[in-house]
Design a protein around this ligand. Structure first.
Ligand code: VTB
Ligand code: MG
Ligand code: MG
Length: 335
């Protein structure tokens, strides 16, 4: 078992680090989901791709020696038959683990075989992930290396871009923001372009968008901003906790029905801004496997004798980031 980190508690104990053995186990989970989804790549059938990923991920999670509970999942129990919020997974022999997952983040991207669809999972100690309802979240994120609070949801897009350019030491014209291509973002897009910065418009996949801010040299993206899914927000925060960076999120609870759902999940202050550390606390493990080709991860490759996957797996307590290119030769294991 892993040595206790920092807290002096044993792995799996409340407040203790996650067992580091899980670092490899979690990789299998996203690899399997990614391979299943990739078989449906470019088929124009989002639902089938998503279902394949969900089935594969669930099968693999249920083999793990954990007492896992899905806290960020495919939806609330009545609408999601599998990997719903509250579903228990694992063999029950092992540590209590909170799980956030998105078996296929970017179903439309996968169906069209466009860049950056991912299979994604995060593990955290029991009780340490924000139990966000499936609503929208306003998000802002930058990678590591900037002073704390350099950007904020309380500032305007133009102010954030200017502050970031200053902190990075480049002209505003050299900053690129990643934004989901949605009519609701018209004002952000206009504001960012008005100060001379560029925008990478993405069709889906804002977890990838947030992760891409951590390596602007490779991805060309300095900052992520805009409104996407709250579950994807918690997953992105889990990733940034491990790889470094800053993120804020604010749930969009604009109807009484949404506020009531949020209250049931323990959220009493509807306009609260959550810091990255408040969305994913304690020790966190995060893994993402590329389904389609992307800026940081290649998609699944099907060869004659093997299947190749690329995964990034990281852990917050050690800040270790591993890039794992796996060649799977026992093809039967994928079913
Ligand atoms: C984002 C994106 C997802 O949903 O969270 C987005 O990351 C937000 O919702 O890939 P809308 O599509 O309603 O704008 C996805 O695009 C799909 O889950
Ligand atoms: Mg999903
Ligand atoms: Mg998604």
């Amino acid at each position: 078992a892993a040595k206790p980190k920092a807290t002096g508690k044993k792995a799996g104990e409340p407040g203790g680090a996650l067992d580091r053995i899980l670092t490899l186990e979690i990789v299998r989970v996203t690899e399997r989901a990614a391979v299943a989804a990739a078989r449906m790549r470019g088929r124009g059938d989002e639902k089938a791709a998503d279902q394949a990923a969900v089935d594969a991920m669930r099968r693999e999670l249920n083999r793990l020696p954990i007492q896992g509970t899905v806290v960020i999942g495919e939806g609330e129990r009545d609408e999601a038959p599998m990997l719903y919020i509250g579903e228990e997974v694992g063999t029950k022999a092992g540590p209590v683990v909170d799980i956030a997952l998105d078996p296929l983040e970017g179903t439309t991207i996968c169906a069209k075989d466009l860049p950056n669809s991912l299979a994604v999972v995060a593990f955290a100690e029991g009780g340490s992930l924000l139990n966000a309802p499936d609503v929208y979240m306003d998000k802002i994120a930058v990678g590591p290396g900037y002073p704390a609070g350099v950007v904020s949801l309380d500032a305007s897009p133009a102010e954030n871009i200017a502050a970031l350019a200053k902190a990075k030491g480049v002209p505003i014209g050299e900053i690129t923001a990643c934004v989901l291509d949605r009519p609701r973002h018209a004002a952000i897009i206009e504001d960012v372009r008005a100060v001379g910065a560029g925008i990478r418009l993405i069709g889906d996949g804002d977890i990838a968008g947030v992760i891409h801010t951590t390596n602007p040299d490779e991805t060309g993206i300095d900052i992520y901003m805009g409104i996407g899914g709250a579950p994807e927000g918690v997953l992105a925060a889990a990733a940034l906790r491990c790889i470094g960076g800053q993120m804020e999120g604010r749930l969009i609870l604009d109807t009484e029905e949404k506020r009531a759902r949020a209250r049931k999940m323990g959220i009493d202050k509807p306009d609260r801004v959550y810091q990255m550390e408040e969305m994913a606390r304690g020790d966190v493990l995060f893994a993402a496997t590329g389904v389609t080709d992307g800026n940081l991860l290649s998609g699944v490759r099907f060869g004659k004798k093997s299947i190749t996957t690329e995964t990034v797996v990281m852990r917050s307590s050690t800040q270790t980031v591993r890039w794992i290119k796996a060649e799977h030769r026992t093809l039967s294991k994928f079913g």
